[in-house]
Design a protein. Structure first.
Length: 230
C-alpha cells in the first residue's frame, strides 16, 4: 500500500514509518525538517511539508492509498495544527480520491477515571492537564475529531493514553470508546494504526489503545515523558 504519514518525524511517527516499511509498504514521510529525518529506505520518500500549507499537503497526498497522522504540537495558548492540518489533509484526500485515514488524538479529549488511576492521577493530574495546561490543545483535537466525524472519509480516531517507550510491540488492547488503561507504548500505538489499514472493524470509529505490559510508574512517566516535554 502507498501510505502518507504526517507527523512522521515525531517519536511515534518514526516508529510507524519503520513498521510500515518493515511491513512492505511504500511510505511518504511528511516532516517540516526533512534533513533531520533519520530513516532511509528504497520504499521511503521523505517530503518536506507543513501540514498548514494546503498546496504542500496536496502534493504529499497525491497518488497514495491511505493517510496516517501522528501529528503533534506542545500545549500553547492557540492551537490549530490538528484541526487545520486534518482539514487540509481531508480536502487533499477528496481531490485525489483517497478514503482511508487514521489519526492520533488522545484519551484527554474525553477524560474518564481509570480504575488504577487513584486520586493523584484521576483527580489532580488529568484535570490539570486537560482543563488547564493542555486546554487549547485538547480543544483543537476535539475540533479535528468533529471535522472527521462530519465528513465522509473512512476515518478512525485513535486515542492513546499517556505515551511511553517500549522496544517491542506488545499484545495491546484496542476497544471502541474509552480504554481503561493509563498508558500506551508508542510502538503499540504505531502498530495499531498500521493494522487498521487492513482491517475495516474500526472504520468511522473512535478507539482507545492501551498497553498493559511493562507500564511505567506514574513517577517514572512524569520524569521521562512529561518533564522531558513529550
Ligand atoms: N505524550 C503523551 O503522553 C500523549 C498522550 C496522548 C496523545 N498524545 C498525542 O500523540 C501524538 C503523537 O505524539 P508524539 O510524541 O509521537 O509526537 P509529537 O512530538 O507530538 O509530534 C509529532 C510531529 O508532528 C510534526 N508536526 C507538528 N506540527 C507540524 C506541522 N505544522 N506540519 C507538519 N508536521 C508537524 C512534528 O514534526 P516536524 O517538526 O519534523 O515537522 C512532530 O515531530 C500527538 O498528537 C500527541 O499530542 C500524546
Amino acid at each position: 500500500m502507498r501510505i502518507t504519514i504526517f507527523g512522521a518525524n515525531g517519536p511515534t511517527g518514526r516508529l510507524l514509518t519503520e513498521q510500515a516499511l518493515a511491513a512492505g509498504h511504500q511510505v511518504a514521510a511528511v516532516t517540516r525538517r526533512p534533513d533531520s529525518f533519520p530513516l532511509h529506505h528504497d520504499r521511503l520518500e521523505v517530503i518536506g511539508a507543513d501540514v498548514l500549507d494546503p498546496a504542500a499537503v496536496d502534493g504529499a497526498v497525491a497518488g497514495r492509498d491511505a493517510v496516517l497522522s501522528t501529528l503533534g504540537v506542545p500545549p500553547a495558548k492557540e492551537v490549530n495544527t490538528y484541526s487545520q492540518g486534518v482539514a487540509n489533509i481531508a480536502a487533499a484526500m477528496h481531490r485525489h480520491g483517497l478514503r482511508r485515514i487514521a489519526v492520533v488524538s488522545s484519551s484527554g479529549v474525553d477524560p474518564q477515571p481509570y480504575s488504577d488511576g487513584g486520586f493523584l492521577f484521576n483527580r489532580v493530574f488529568v484535570p490539570f492537564l486537560t482543563q488547564v495546561a493542555g486546554k487549547e490543545l485538547y480543544a483543537d483535537m476535539r475540533r479535528m475529531e468533529d471535522l472527521l466525524r462530519a465528513g465522509d472519509l473512512n476515518w478512525t480516531i485513535v486515542r492513546p493514553s499517556a505515551l511511553y517507550h517500549l522496544p517491542e510491540v506488545t499484545d495491546y488492547t484496542i476497544v471502541e470508546g474509552h480504554a481503561d488503561g493509563m498508558y500506551t507504548s508508542r510502538t503499540d500505538l504505531a502498530a495499531s494504526m498500521l493494522a487498521m489499514l487492513n482491517d475495516d472493524r474500526y472504520v468511522r470509529a473512535t478507539v482507545g489503545v492501551i498497553t498493559t505490559t511493562d507500564n511505567p510508574t506514574l513517577f517514572r512517566w512524569i520524569r521521562r515523558e512529561a518533564l522531558a516535554g513529550k
